[in-house]
Design a protein around this ligand. Structure first.
Ligand code: PHE
Length: 359
């Protein structure tokens, strides 16, 4: 059967295919030669530069294949598509041979890198990090207090005397303000000695009702020992509204401490003095028959509301309109009680043997 342009189709036992009985053109012969040369040559090539040189010589703009392809313009309209197809096949064949040669080179280089390494040996164990005990207890404390409606507040660690002392009704001759107790900067600012400064900053900017907790660091020139650090952590609490009572304060702290340490925890309020609360208390927790001081607290002193009102220039916090309670919890102490840590210095020594126990 003879089709158009002399192409003969034949029924072959393995199927149906076409062939072109006319002898191959010089261009096709050249393409065969190029393919044979390229595939033979590439087997012997190693090294990236040799492969690149090969690519340019065969596939580049002036490469053998491109030059051979230029001969297509002399072909007849019938031959051109056939030769074009072949040109493409040869290009694909050479390109893929080049790529697999490149891959083989990379694989050989990788293999060389790992020779001598025994993958069956046990690996070096790596330890997964864990949260510091103070961070763990802080997360839990925040969760508990947020359930009671407290929002998170923040203030700076470098404070003014106003926010740390004056507005908190602490007179200039109070011992806490002494240079021997407090770290001062030359410009008169200081490292806050308690987080109570955040009470003032919050009330200066936020009208009542205010219900916030402010966790953070505090600093004192304390002698460092098993229960004292010069940098430690507190959680401040402040609730100011129309009628906040001492019962609210006791209920809040008792709930918090029982939620943290268990329902059978005994809590004791001991009368105390703070310049910024009246009445004031210290809060103790019973641990193995011993009382441990855990917080200071009290009802916000009217003098504090007056100081805040002066800055605000309004009477939103006028002592006749609002009452409030405040507390300051020792966060490091909470962690020590939670895990029976006997020396507060463990918390800052970064000894992995200690920290690993809280993983
Ligand atoms: N600021 C006090 C301290 O650091 C604790 C405290 C906070 C007391 C709030 C009363 C009210 O010891």
């Amino acid at each position: 059967m003879t089709g158009p342009s002399g192409i003969v189709s034949v029924i072959h036992p393995r199927g149906f295919f076409l062939f072109n009985p006319s002898p191959p053109s010089p261009v096709e012969q050249e393409l065969d030669t190029i393919q044979r040369d390229a595939l033979t040559e590439i087997e012997g090539l190693s090294g990236e530069s040799a492969l690149e040189e090969f690519r340019v010589r065969y596939l580049g703009k002036k490469g053998r294949l491109t030059v051979a392809g230029a001969g297509m313009k002399d072909l007849s309209a019938e031959q051109r598509p056939l030769v074009g197809k072949k040109l493409n096949e040869v290009r694909v064949a050479i390109t893929s041979a080049l790529e697999s040669r490149q891959e083989a080179l990379v694989a050989a280089r990788d293999a060389e890198v790992v020779t001598g390494i025994d993958p069956t040996l046990p690996g070096t164990p790596s330890f997964v990090g864990t949260r510091h005990p103070v961070s763990q207890i802080l997360d839990r404390a925040i969760r508990t207090l947020r359930r009671l409606g407290f929002a998170l507040a923040q203030g700076p660690e470098i404070e003014t005397e106003w926010h740390c002392f004056d507005a908190l009704n602490t007179p200039a001759d109070h011992p806490a303000r002494n240079e021997s107790d407090t770290f001062y900067f030359e410009d008169g600012r200081l490292l806050r000695t308690h987080t109570s400064s955040v009470q003032i900053r919050t009330m200066e900017t936020t009208p009542p009702p205010v219900r916030i907790i402010a966790p953070g660091s505090a600093f004192r020139r304390d002698e460092i020992d098993a229960t004292h650090l010069s940098a430690f952590n507190q959680i401040e609490g402040l609730y100011v509204a129309e009628t906040v009572t001492l019962a609210d304060l006791k209920g809040t702290l008792e709930y918090f401490l029982k939620a943290t340490f268990g329902d059978s925890t005994d809590v004791r309020f001991r009368p105390h003095f703070f310049p910024f609360t009246e009445p004031s208390f210290e809060v103790d927790l019973s641990m193995n028959g011993k009382w441990i001081e855990i917080a200071g607290c009290g009802m916000v002193d009217p003098a504090v509301f007056e100081a805040v009102s002066k800055v605000r220039g309004d009477d939103a916090f006028h002592p006749d309109k609002v009452t409030g309670f405040a507390f300051g919890l020792g966060l490091d102490r909470l962690a020590m009680i939670q895990w029976g840590i006997t020396d507060i210095r463990h918390l800052i020594e970064n000894d992995a043997r200690f920290l690993r126990q809280f993983a």
